[in-house]
Write a protein that binds this ligand. Structure first.
Ligand code: AP5
Ligand code: ZN
Length: 216
């Protein structure tokens, strides 16, 4: 399966992508995770991306598109992939279609996760991310057994710079202005499926699997 997850910041895209990709035995390709790994590794790509990310703005399309083109050309993505956080605007969606055309492939589905803003603010203000393994937890919804320690690897949990309230509000504006138009873009292509992403993680996973299976 070649699929994309779309939804506002904090909708649970990363959480669901991790579970679904593992169950479907396809790689999860998260542009946010790739950028963050480059920022912490101090690479040239990380230096280009950091200021945009800290402000909650999109990294320029030339940088992001080139990175995704390289990633999707890798061996492990040939049998399918689950994209999390890309595309983020219509120009990126058009580039993705072009990348896939060049590889002789096409998208099977775009899954939209819907959550209201009050819940988004709760999810993001309580999110804690692992410095070592990318695992994501939540102080209330998925509390670590030991405070600030990752349940998966024992690494340090920290709060993302862009999860501060004023940056979250800006990311939501960016979502509405630039990313939400993708919903009608993919509806027109006939591959959009939408689910409510409230309720427990397991409930959302069950809805996501049913939607991907039935195309509705
Ligand atoms: P990115 O990392 O993609 O951030 P985002 O889209 O804002 O998404 P988040 O990671 O904030 O949220 P999520 O939906 O994955 O939620 P999660 O599963 O963690 O991008 C960051 C930045 O990188 C961008 O601002 C931009 O600068 C740059 N960038 C990335 N891609 C780009 C692109 N294509 N173009 C240009 N720039 C790009 O869940 C949130 C919290 O809720 C967690 O604590 C989790 O434990 C909890 N939770 C999850 N599900 C549930 C549930 N069902 N119930 C209760 N809690 C839940
Ligand atoms: Zn960890």
């Amino acid at each position: 399966m070649r699929a994309v997850l779309v939804g506002p910041p904090g909708a649970g895209k990363g959480t669901q992508a991790q579970i679904l990709a593992s169950e479907l035995s396809i790689p999860k390709v998260s542009t946010g995770d790739i950028f963050r790994a480059n920022v912490s590794g101090g690479t040239e790509l990380g230096k280009q991306a950091k200021a945009y990310m800290d402000r909650g703005d999109l990294v320029p399309d030339e940088v992001t598109n080139a990175m995704v083109r390289d990633r999707l050309a890798q061996e492990d993505a040939q049998g399918g992939f689950l994209l999390d956080g890309f595309p983020r605007n219509v120009a990126q969606a058009e580039t993705l279609n072009k990348i896939l055309d060049d590889l002789g492939e096409r998208l099977d589905a775009v899954l939209e996760l819907k959550v209201d803003e009050e819940e988004i603010v709760k999810r993001l203000s309580g999110r804690r991310s692992c410095r070592a393994c990318n695992n994501v937890q939540h102080v209330v919804y998925d509390p670590p057994a030991t405070e600030d320690v990752c349940d998966v690897c024992g690494g340090e949990l920290f709060q993302r710079e862009d999860d501060r309230e004023e940056v979250v509000r800006h990311r939501l504006d960016v979502y509405h202005e630039q990313t939400e138009p993708l919903v009608s873009f993919y509806a027109n292509e006939g591959i959009l499926v939408t689910i409510e992403a409230t309720g427990s993680v397991d409930e959302v996973t069950a809805r996501a699997k049913a939607a991907l299976r039935n195309g509705s």
